[in-house]
Design a protein around this ligand. Structure first.
Ligand code: HSE
Length: 328
């Protein structure tokens, strides 16, 4: 059995979805030889801590008692192997996630995160700190929701030179553009639908103005293409200027308008994509094209946003940490 005690920092949409997936997959995980125990769950207002493992069903049903312990204190003081950092991001400060991740790594705990902002601000520093402490920093859930793009590039494609990665990296804007093109829905109504599905960032202007896509471009540039790229290096244009008329005109000529992030080109902006191109995916799907020297082009498509889908990437990273620790 590979055992691990988890601290879950952040109990919003993603945190709840992760706990729900963990609870729902308990017997499958046992069959696969993993024994995962959640010893603490934290949010802004306080924490639940139980060294014997929290009853996840009672937690999800709101039947456990929350204490006052602060997330940073829990990360420092509670005995655990892996910290899941799932708080909402702020691309200007990276906080509170940056502090949580630094504390966890400094304490010798592995980190699995869906939080883009700390990585956008200090990928090199955090990756270096993880290396120095001999622990893993796993970030699959930060890009492309459920799509295993980072792990595919770093593991399965590692003998390849990766020339570029580009594509649709934001579910909210793809949802809006698809609804406008396919159903003639207006921009604001499509955005409201994306928000109600839990796709959009807490501040949806991050999605609309292309900042979320740019954050993912920075992460891919640094984690996969080994650049030293900052958010300010990316030329960013959002979809706020895309009109219903432009979407209709594109359609008449056999194109769709998509918000495309281009890692090697260091830019984000609306692009015309031919209707029969692999990047033409609908709804909240993402499509990511990886250009390699040996394998050629590989396109990965799937749910790019959504709490439940993102929990697949998180749980996959937790299991990868345990496999790596066992193998070493
Ligand atoms: N708001 C993001 C999106 C969530 O719509 O893609 C996933 O990073």
């Amino acid at each position: 059995m590979r055992t691990a005690r988890l601290i879950v920092a952040g109990y919003g949409k993603i945190g709840k979805a992760f706990i729900s997936t963990l609870e729902g997959k308990a017997s499958r995980l046992r069959d696969l030889g993993y024994d995962l125990k959640v010893v603490a769950v934290c949010e802004k207002a306080g924490s639940v801590v139980d060294a014997d493992g929290i009853d996840l069903k009672r937690l999800l049903d709101g039947k456990v008692r929350w204490g006052k312990a602060k997330t940073l204190d829990v990360i420092r003081d509670v005995d655990a192997d892996i910290v899941l950092e799932l708080t909402p991001g702020n691309v200007n400060t990276g906080e509170p996630g940056l502090g949580h991740i630094r504390a966890a790594l400094n304490g010798g705990r592995h980190v699995v995160t869906s939080n883009k902002s700390p990585l956008v601000l200090d990928y090199a520093g955090l990756d270096g700190l993880a290396g120095k402490r001999g622990v893993k920093l796993k970030i699959e859930a930060t890009v492309g929701g459920a799509i295993p793009v980072i792990n595919t590039c770093l593991n399965e494609l590692k003998c390849n030179g990766i020339r570029n990665i580009y594509g649709i990296l934001n579910g909210t804007t793809n949802y809006i553009l698809s609804k406008m093109a396919e159903e003639g829905v207006d921009f604001q109504s499509a955005l409201a639908e994306a928000q109600s599905l839990g796709l959009a960032e807490p501040d949806p202007s991050y999605d609309i103005e292309g900042v979320d896509t740019a954050a993912k471009v920075v992460i891919l540039a640094n984690a996969v293409l080994e650049g030293n790229v900052k958010l300010r290096d990316i030329r960013v244009e959002g979809i706020d200027s895309v009109t219903a008329e432009a979407v209709e005109l594109a359609k008449e000529h056999g194109f769709v308008v998509k918000l495309v992030g281009d890692v090697a080109g260091r830019r984000v902006g609306p692009r015309l994509v031919p209707v029969d191109h692999p990047l033409n995916v609908s709804g909240s799907l993402n499509a990511i094209l990886v250009e390699t020297d040996v394998a050629g082009d590989i396109t990965l498509t799937g749910a790019g946003a959504g709490p439940r889908e993102t929990s697949s990437a998180l749980l996959g990273d937790v299991l990868e940490v345990l496999d790596a620790v066992r193998a070493s």
